[in-house]
Design a protein around this ligand. Structure first.
Ligand code: FNR
Length: 361
């Protein structure tokens, strides 16, 4: 491989070279058989694009907005834990790269730098991802701090009542470093019984009683809009609308939670139909090409989140690497629009893609 990556996937090899095995495996791994991990990417490859020709594509506009906040393209930064294991600048670098790319970063609850430090790193629209630990005071504290620090939305992750079984972390006896946001609340010094300290930590902290009624509680403690991340069915999408979510993120947590959950792109339409345009639908998992972004939009998503490629960019080249990853995806997406005959996002329609289901009908 040339030393300069020419696509997003090539950053993975660079990251693998740059990182200790324990950390690379933590970032790259999925749950159990990693069936869903593979399928998240492969399901995109089963969708083809139906281009329209002889359209004047001399000017292409990739811009859009999410919850009213303008972004340069429908590509946003997914919340992912512990960026300092990839680079000393951690989320500060990711935040600066996201801001420079005119997109929104969702800061993970389990970040290496805390909400205030990331907020101070640069001026930009950011969302905050929330986990709910046992003892609701911790979530309440973080929501209050995020709101005070200028985050514009809370992204409640709903697919994590317990941690999925990530076998690479168990094998490597993954050790979770101190989590900055919860300093003073909980200790990461838990007995892993010879396995993954991350798993033991998560299972002793995550609140497995979290349920739909808690969205009302969350709404009662913040005026920020609440997005639910981890929706995979039309039943839950409908409930999300009912409880007043401001948006849903179709996600299987990058295949790190329930193995054999569906590849996210295969359930986007189901969710889009259920919410009937009342709230935005965002999707993540396996987005590695501009064509993937195009396919997600054609199936009704408003935007995509990108997880691992961002971390790989950070590990390989710091802030510059994250910028490059976002730019590559955006450039590919813009080219896809041109070659498919779409000059703005509203031109991208269901008729621009062909899925397995279309073929079998
Ligand atoms: C994640 N993800 C995640 N999600 C979340 O809500 N809170 C978190 O702290 C994390 N942490 C995390 C760490 C790592 C290393 C990964 C890879 C993922 C899931 C993330 O937000 C997103 O759903 C997936 O990463 C999307 O899939 P891709 O783009 O990685 O395939």
């Amino acid at each position: 491989m040339a030393s300069e990556p020419v696509n997003v996937s090539e950053f993975e090899a660079l990251a693998k070279k740059a990182l200790p095995k324990m950390y690379f495996d933590f970032y790259a791994g999925g749950a159990e058989d990693e069936y869903t991990l593979k399928d998240n990417e492969e399901a995109y490859q089963r969708i083809t694009i139906r281009p329209r020709v002889l359209v004047d594509v001399s000017r292409i506009d990739t811009s859009t907005s999410i919850l009213g906040y303008p972004i340069s393209s429908p590509i946003m930064v997914a919340p992912s834990a512990l960026h300092q294991l990839a680079n000393p600048e951690g989320e500060l670098a990711t935040a600066r790269a996201s801001a420079a790319s005119n997109t929104i970063m969702i800061l993970s609850f389990s970040s290496s730098y805390n909400v205030e430090e990331v907020a101070a790193s640069c001026d930009a629209v950011r969302f905050f991802q929330l986990y709910v630990y046992r003892g609701r005071h911790i979530a309440a504290n973080l929501v209050e701090r995020a709101e005070r620090s200028g985050y514009k939305a809370i992204v409640l992750t709903v697919d994590c009542p317990r941690l999925g079984r990530r076998e690479a972390d168990i094998r490597n006896r993954m050790i979770v470093p101190k989590l900055k946001n919860v300093e003073g609340f909980v200790s990461n010094d838990v007995d892993a019984g010879g396995g993954s300290n991350l798993e033991a930590y998560a299972n002793s902290t995550f609140d497995p009683t979290l349920s739909w009624k808690d969205v009302a509680w969350l709404k009662s403690i913040t005026s920020l809009p609440i997005l639910l991340k981890g929706i995979l069915t039309h039943e839950d999408a409908l409930k999300a609308v009912e409880v007043g979510a401001a948006g849903v993120i179709v996600s299987n947590h990058g295949a790190r939670q329930l193995d054999y959950s569906p590849a996210t792109i295969t359930v986007v339409e189901e969710v889009v139909r259920a919410v009937k345009g009342k709230i935005p639908v965002i999707v993540d998992g396996g987005v590695r090409r501009g064509t993937d972004v195009f396919k997600a939009l054609a199936l009704g998503a408003q935007a995509v989140l990108v997880g691992r490629p961002i971390i790989y960019g950070l590990a390989a080249k710091g802030e510059q690497g994250v910028k490059q990853v976002i730019q590559m995806l955006k450039d590919e997406f813009e080219l896809t629009m041109a070659l498919a005959g779409c000059t703005s996002l509203k031109d991208i329609t269901r008729s621009h893609v062909r899925t397995d289901r279309d073929r079998f009908q």
